[in-house]
Design a protein around this ligand. Structure first.
Ligand code: GLN
Length: 242
């Protein structure tokens, strides 16, 4: 068995070690004897997602999000839309998450028209939302409790028909007001959680991997791993957050 993972924009969207999510997914597959084939798609590369099982997009500063706009609209948006509607698993963090919405207006008024894949938009504010935070995923997103780190000025608002990824337990989440964090649509998981998010949230990582394996092979299971170190880190951060 194998999973093919596409890492989009590693050259510009890699804040707070978000590439660690790729390492985590690879390791948790390899420890189970499942091959993990990772291909990076930097700015200027052609994006063809047929044959890929999972896409990861990290976070970035406002100007980095502006830098990739032209590239995004040269075919990548259409390719992403087709793959999302076909059920590909997509994890997008912070700036990558904002990119899934219709637009991001930076705090100084620059408007980035993004992909519109998800019914959400983001408006930057002067006050940044920074800190360790914790949220409870919805049952449809696996139901795990996630602890992470957020740093964004963007306030993301979800359309009425779009499910959040989870409910904020401590910290800001999408906008610091409605108690929601991230977004979940088909097999797309958007979150503000840097960290990287996956290593200390192994249950969430396995939910993504299992979803991709089941989509590819019809049925699959992941043998349990010794997550004592990961869970110790998770519990330590949970204790710090609340
Ligand atoms: N530049 C965006 C914001 O400030 C995203 C930040 C990020 O990816 N950490 O909201």
């Amino acid at each position: 068995m194998e999973l093919k993972i596409c890492h989009m924009y590693p050259d510009v969207l890699n804040l707070y070690g978000d590439t660690g999510n790729i390492i985590c997914m690879k390791k948790r597959l390899q420890w189970r004897g499942i091959d993990a084939l990772v291909e990076t798609k930097p700015i200027g590369s052609k994006l063809e997602l047929a044959g890929f099982d999972l896409v990861f997009i990290g976070g970035g500063q406002d100007f980095e999000q502006e830098v990739l706009l032209d590239d995004l609209h040269r075919g990548k948006t259409d390719e992403l839309r087709a793959a999302v509607e076909d059920g590909i698993v997509l994890l997008a963090v912070c700036g990558g998450y904002q990119m899934l919405g219709s637009y991001y207006e930076t705090y100084d008024g620059k408007r980035c028209d993004f992909t519109g894949l998800l019914d959400l938009y983001t408006v930057g504010g002067v006050k940044r939302m920074i800190g360790n935070y914790k949220f409870q995923c919805t049952d449809s997103a696996g139901g795990s409790t996630i602890v992470g780190f957020e740093n964004h000025s963007g306030r993301t608002m979800l359309g009425s028909g779009l499910e959040p990824l989870g409910k904020v337990l401590a910290g800001y989440g999408n906008n610091g007001e409605d108690g929601m964090e991230g977004a979940h649509y088909r097999n797309v998981f958007g979150t503000y959680s840097h960290g990287p998010v996956l290593p200390k949230n192994p249950e969430f990582c396995d939910h993504l991997l299992l979803t991709a394996l089941k989509r590819k092979y019809g049925s699959a299971e992941l043998v349990p791993l010794d997550d004592s170190a990961e869970l110790a880190a998770h519990d330590e951060m949970c204790a710090r957050v609340i």
